[in-house]
Design a protein around this ligand. Sequence first.
Ligand code: ATP
Ligand code: MG
Length: 630
Amino acid sequence: MTNYADFHRRSLTDRDAFWAEQARLIDWKTRPATICDASRPPFVHWFAGGTTNLCHNAVDRHLKDRADQASLIYVSTETNQEKVYTFRELHAEVQKMAAVLLSLGVARGDRVLIYMPMIAEAAFAMLACARIGAIHSVVFGGFASVSLASRIEDFTPSVIVSADAGSRAGKVLAYKPLLDEAIRLSAHKPASLLLVDRGLAPMERSPGRDHDWAELAQRHADVQVPCVWLDSTDISYTIYTSGTTGRPKGVQRDVGGYAVALAASMKHIFLGEPGETYFSTSDIGWVVGHSYIVYGPLIAGMATIMYEGLPIRPDAGIWWSLVEKYKVTSMFSAPTAVRVLKKQDPAFLKKYDLSSLKALFLAGEPLDEPTARWISDGLGVPIIDNYWQTESGWPILTIANGVEKQASKFGSPGVPMYGYDVKIVHESTGEELTEPDQKGVVVIAGPTPPGFMQTVWRDDERFVSTYWSSIPGQQVYSTFDWGIRDKDGYFYILGRTDDVINVAGHRLGTREIEESISSHPNVAEVAVVGVADPLKGQVAMAFVVIRDTTAVHDDAARLKLEGDIMKVVDDQLGAVARPARVRFVTLLPKTRSGKLLRRAIQAVCEGRDPGDLTTIEDPSALQQIKDLLA
Ligand code: ATP
Ligand code: MG
């Protein structure tokens, strides 16, 4: 086995040779002429001159050796459906979807927005776009109209693929009314909607614009649609981050670099071998779903489980029953889901045969030690934390056990992955902090590796100004997370430098929630903070200054207004964004320069010392909040 430190060093000092080697993990129509073109930093072009196709690598390439092996395994405990698609069947389904999209006029470079529940057709749609060179943008199927509208407007899709409804804990959430409302709100109007009817909710159809998937699929049942050979640097998809600073950022990815990055990560990090089974419990609306439900496992020739449902329904053994049934070898989830399981009978962890499982990978938020120990003891498999971002597309920090077996340390996601030159710098001087245990901002020195975002969709300027301009004196990519590195080179992530709330794995910008609450006519000002919650990780708390104080003259009136405000958030952003409590104050704690002291509010809510308050304009504002919570 290779020594990991050497492997990592070579990825930086002998970059082209290293990545040329990784590029052999995928199929190319034309081999790349250049490996890494970083002549115009911070932009990087990977494998320029090469032509390839993500769908070819995920599907067609495997027909030769494993046409009759499982590829997509769809399991829904919401509708009690289970269906295994072989690679041959997946190939047929994806071609059908591609033919239907072509029939709706979608051409190479056109945009298709996918607003779907976790059903097989969502994966078919993604792969079909990749096949014909259309750019997809998957929007999480729980988002309400306002969030969806802003994404439609920014992405300008010609077609939207959707379904009648999603389902959560047996409760149907109709999508079509949300979608219709979003289109009404958006200045951009898609030409066509392609609708999968699951028979869960009635759909109103707009003739000429709205098409039924089943009907069109039947018409294109046996059509062959070849893969379009795309330039490596063409755009494969965009995915929107939660958007702390108002307008969400469309993270844009390429084709060839992404395919190589995923193939390499499946081998070096996720221990995936062709013919094995991968199970990621994420959702296709998030980046993990893109990289490690759909593209990564399939590119590796693995079967991938797409699971629609909760981790505790019909009981807390459901995931482990799937591991046993499908002989899952690698599993990927999030700490928040593990904390949900932790509330249940631990006997469920021992009920099934988990001998196929090599490791459980966790990502998305800090993994606390009690949670890590509980699941590791319960399952008896290694727990591998991994740290990354929507922007990176694959892990930045973890342990690459496929290169060299290395010990994990509780509380640390691990060490920088190959291709990543990760540093810790002082937030205001920009000075690199090289001594162990110094706290600073975690940054990445360019050129960024394959798979990393190319730019912000249609906004190169925003890409540079948001990500590459926050550290004084140098052009480095800021993760906007605090971190330290210990004497052995292991990193620890200490939280974010900006404000985002993480409710049960859903990332919500405090700004987005504040903007939504502000749209209530009686709200003058609002501050939203994330407060630690043992179950959900964090919950949102809103502090509101109202215009007409007679609206809160007694408890009943206060409760009613609280409910009304929560409903505004439900309607605009979806129930995941709803604050756990809305409290009324007469003023908010601010700095003299007028900036909200969110961090101080958060500290008070969590019973901590609010820290340095020398810049506070009126200390009584914070006292009000303390008194409310007392
Ligand atoms: P936005 O960029 O719009 O504010 P977001 O940062 O919440 O949204 P993601 O890209 O999904 O959206 O999340 C990445 C962030 O999640 C990281 O920057 C980090 O703060 C946190 N994170 C991810 N994995 C880990 C981990 N293993 N340990 C600690 N924190 C993690
Ligand atoms: Mg982020």
